[in-house]
Ligand binder design. Structure first.
Ligand code: NAD
Length: 476
């Protein structure tokens, strides 16, 4: 079920001189060898992308759209195969991997439609003059996708680039390469011209350091941590290269007094543990009104503690392992720090089992503001529940971190909803649901959570330049 891993450059699959193991995080067993691109491979990919851009940017939007839709249809057909590979390399439950494949296909389908709607405009001008505004593909894109969603993260970047008429070199995550490989295979089979999509793997800093300074690269698209995003933005700015940055989050959830406490508690616990909390929009800081705090926390803790943890291939499993061995020590440290500063560990708090990178579903109560977890994104199955005295108090706490990606609230009060919309500093606010985005909605952050939007009618903006044309009938 796990594919043989290769680089995809100039329309051809190739191996590399150096490779590193890909490991199943549920078993710690090796499942494949990842080829690491050499500088020559990267230069070949760049040259191919320049040629690919010439072809693809001059291909009609309808033809581009048709090709993307053909590839998306192949991804849907191959759902089982792709989902199994994702669960093997990432660890998430198979059903969640299946949904991810469909979500990835939906990103392509949405952007394929948008490819035909990159409208310009005509600006009124004096007789004999015409002003017109054109949206044109920006050029070669260097993109970097993370390991938390092996299929849908690469899909976002590839869809935006290809729908806009750009070519792309994607470095997918070294831990989870198969999702991106399946996408490249689908595009090869759908007849995408050679060089339009190039897929490489390897040492992240080496690849970004080599590609970003190159002249043909006109956009750096990255999803990952704020620290790495800041580094890549600095590198890009030295070359006046545009960036699209989808970075970390530390999502607040405001639980108001008027809500259905039981339903909110169960929804919160289930959504927190999705993808083992390794989601940039994962709800983490839960601020419950003091009058309902006890009931809400009790429901949440009971449901979180009941989460079935195990190998994602087993049918009933709700939460798999962490995707790599870096997160468990980081989470253990965050929990230890919170406990030492006075928090209660209501459930979990440690590694789960002795094989695989599993971590227990963890809930911390009454965490002091000076605990590290109140500022640092855990990126794992750890939730904080604290009481608040009012909506003012809750909004103040929600906005007290440098992040501003997703935010949530449970309430039906119209006056509260108005204030939440106006005052919570996030790019995506959801009320009475802990879902943050769909292909048709714009997704992205404010503050240290990044620049630009993916999806929605805004999704192609970063991949295009705006050109104004002034046409005068007479020489003036
Ligand atoms: P990390 O910061 O080392 O890496 C994050 C991602 O960036 C990885 O995919 C990695 O391959 C890539 N990366 C790292 N250095 C790079 C470089 N110099 N050039 C190009 N790409 C580079 O952290 P990690 O241990 O992999 O993940 C943990 C943190 O990353 C989390 O705390 C979370 O904030 C963030 N993260 C965010 C998302 C997201 O969806 N926004 C996804 C994955 C990880």
């Amino acid at each position: 079920m796990y594919p043989e891993l290769k680089l995809f450059i100039a329309g051809k699959w190739r191996t590399a001189n150096r490779d590193i193991p890909v490991v199943n995080p549920a078993t710690e067993g090796e499942i494949g060898r990842l080829p690491c691109a050499s500088k020559q491979d990267l230069d070949d990919a760049l040259e191919a992308a320049v040629r690919g851009f010439r072809v693809w940017s001059r291909t009609s939007p309808r033809e581009r759209s048709d090709t993307i839709l053909r590839a998306a249809a192949l991804m849907r057909e191959r759902q089982e195969q792709i989902a199994h590979a994702i669960t093997m390399e990432h660890g998430k439950p198979l059903n969640q991997a299946r949904l991810e494949v469909i979500r990835g296909a939906e990103f392509f389908e949405w952007d394929a439609g948008e490819a035909m709607r990159t409208y310009g405009r005509v600006i009124p001008a004096a007789p004999g003059h015409k002003f017109s505004v054109h949206h044109q593909p920006i050029g070669v894109v260097a993109a970097f996708s993370p390991w938390n969603f092996p299929m849908s993260q690469p899909a976002r970047k590839i869809a935006g680039a290809l729908a806009s008429g750009c070519s792309i070199i994607l470095k997918a995550a070294e831990e989870t390469p198969a999702g991106a490989m399946h996408i490249a295979k689908a595009f090869e089979d759908a007849g995408l011209p050679a060089g339009v999509l190039n897929l490489v793997f390897g040492e992240p800093a080496e690849i970004s350091g080599h590609l970003i300074p190159q002249d043909p690269v006109r956009l750096v698209a990255f999803t990952g941590s704020t620290a790495v995003g800041r580094h890549l933005t600095t590198l890009a700015s030295e070359h006046m290269t545009s960036v699209l940055m989808e970075l970390g989050g530390h999502a607040p959830v405001i639980v108001c007094e008027d809500t259905d406490v039981k339903a909110a508690g169960i929804s919160s616990a289930v959504r927190k543990m999705r993808n083992a909390g390794q989601v940039c929009t994962s709800p983490t800081r839960f601020f419950a009104h003091e009058n309902i705090f006890d009931d809400y926390a009790t429901t949440f803790v009971e449901r979180a503690a009941a989460t079935i943890v195990g190998n994602g291939m087993d049918q009933n499993v709700e939460m798999g392992p962490l995707a790599n061995d870096r997160r468990a020590p980081a989470l253990t440290e965050l929990v230890k720090d919170a406990r030492e500063k006075g928090a209660t560990v209501a459930t979990g708090g440690a590694k789960h089992g002795d094989k695989g990178y599993f971590f227990q579903p963890t809930v911390l109560l009454n965490v002091p503001d000076n605990a590290r977890i109140m500022q640092e994104e855990p990126f794992g199955p750890v939730a904080v529940i604290n009481p608040v005295s009012s909506l003012d108090d809750a909004i103040g706490k929600a906005n007290s971190v440098p992040y501003g990606l997703a935010g949530y609230a449970f309430t039906n009060r119209a006056d509260y909803i108005d204030r939440l919309i106006d005052e919570v500093e996030v790019g995506n606010l959801s009320i009475n649901t802990l879902e943050a985005s769909m292909p048709e909605t714009p997704f992205g952050g404010v503050k240290s959570s990044g620049y630009g939007r993916e999806g929605g009618t805004e999704g192609l903006d970063n991949y295009m330049i705006v050109k104004n044309v002034w046409h005068s009938a007479d020489i003036t």
